[in-house]
Ligand binder design. Sequence first.
Ligand SMILES: C[S@@+](CC[C@H](N)C(=O)[O-])C[C@H]1O[C@@H](n2cnc3c(N)ncnc32)[C@H](O)[C@@H]1O
Length: 247
Amino acid sequence: MKKDRNEDTNIVNNQISEKAKLYGIGVGPGDPKLITLRAVEILQAIQVVAIPKSKMERESVAWEIAKSHCPSGVSILELEMPMTADESILQAAWHTAAEKIKEELCQGHSVAFLTLGDPSLYSTYSYLLAILRDQLEPDQIETIPGITAMAAAAAQVNWPLATGDEPLVVLPGIEGLEEYEQYPNLVLMKVSRNLPDVLNHIQRTGSQAVLATRVGQAGEDVRLLGPEEVLEKVDYLSLVLCKKPQS
Ligand SMILES: C[S@@+](CC[C@H](N)C(=O)[O-])C[C@H]1O[C@@H](n2cnc3c(N)ncnc32)[C@H](O)[C@@H]1O
């Protein structure tokens, strides 16, 4: 879906920047109102938008959020980021994506790489950064934070993620939750991968838990999980907030 290139110069904040820049933009969890003013400012003047896609034929949620802010002739750079644990496939995809971004920058086009939520939390942007940091000038990279899905989920149910001296542990869908039973507040990301483990954890610890699916998007479902909950499957864009009862 390559579109016509916008011929504007690198104008951001009404200033012409000398060098093309890579912007890592957090677009928030889904609600188009939960995007920062800085992100909008950059998107309004950007020449190329880079969209990571796990499958090229799928629509990108991040692009759905960002597109109304972009110039009509913006160029779209789709980057294939397969969902696999195969390190060699991942490395190849990240390097190919980094090369494509560099090609645009070398032509003087600034690139906005979109990330759902925040770019510093479990985002492919981090892998690109690791490659490009050594190849670009420090002032050629700007990361724009976004509202994380966990913050949006907590806000939906009016829960604090953590209070006072309590720790908050964020886990990326790993098995073996027993290790984390002592923690009062857990955020379990990518729960579609280990749902049985998550449900066992809630039952064992008597935690209060909220399952948040597609927060801020079409198909949003945010609800309390009971101790006897039976769930076969959840959408990939789901997370669970767990609070251990206070003793
Ligand atoms: C690769 S991580 C991206 C996290 C994202 N960078 C953030 O700041 O929230 C993907 C996981 O984030 C969570 N996630 C992202 N967006 C979500 C949403 N709108 N609603 C619920 N969970 C979401 C899910 O747990 C999903 O499996």
